[in-house]
Design a protein around this ligand. Structure first.
Ligand code: COA
Length: 159
């Protein structure tokens, strides 16, 4: 299997796929229409958006999952960031290490930008991120639910 990670700014044709994943993983349950997420995804391909970057993992050329780099994510914590968010692997491709590949890909991309610490929050997937080397910082509340906040220090290559 050949893996490649691309951004939706270099592959805007993938934006409808990532919007549909983002909707089904994170917005459907909140009653947001898919068309709204597709429109948002297209609008935020431009530089300067709070959705800094969306990466897609291609397995033999087929899109299997995504993850985003966000400047803000957790309500009430604008002091933290940037954030890893909206990690999603298409259901039929789960359980093959793709989430770990996406996390590593986002870390490498952020490190190349000079980011020293990444943040994320999760309701129930902290174990996945701990496997990827992340550390737990604190608990918080998002949408009225308790979440865990984790961080990952990004050392520069060779340091
Ligand atoms: C969570 C999700 C991204 C995992 O994708 P995946 O490609 O199946 O994950 P991987 O195969 O890379 O898993 C790597 C390891 O993490 C573990 N893991 C995966 N999901 C986990 C979870 N939700 N909680 C704890 N551990 C998890 C796996 O068991 C595996 O462990 P192993 O190496 O000991 O077998 C996928 O199930 C998904 O898209 N879910 C819906 C959206 C979602 O919940 N995203 C996370 C939001 S914080």
């Amino acid at each position: 299997m050949r893996y490649r990670i691309v951004s939706t700014s270099e592959r805007p044709d993938l934006a409808v796929t990532t919007a549909t994943w983002r909707w089904s993983g994170f917005f459907r349950e909140r009653g947001v229409p898919v068309e709204e997420v597709i429109r948002y995804e297209r609008d935020h391909l431009a530089a300067g958006s709070p959705m800094l970057r969306t990466l897609v993992l291609l397995a033999d050329g087929e899109p299997v999952g995504m993850v985003s780099l966000l400047s803000n994510d957790l309500e009430g914590r604008p002091d933290l960031g940037p954030w890893l968010g909206d990690l999603f692997v298409e259901a039929r491709f789960r359980g093959r290490g793709h989430a770990l590949r996406l996390i590593a890909g986002l870390e490498a991309s952020a490190r190349a930008d000079g980011v020293e610490r990444l943040w994320l929050y999760t309701e129930d997937a902290a174990g996945l991120y701990r496997k990827a080397g992340w550390s737990e910082a604190e608990t918080a509340v998002s949408g009225g639910k308790p979440v865990r906040v984790l961080y990952r220090d990004l050392k520069r290559e060779g340091s």
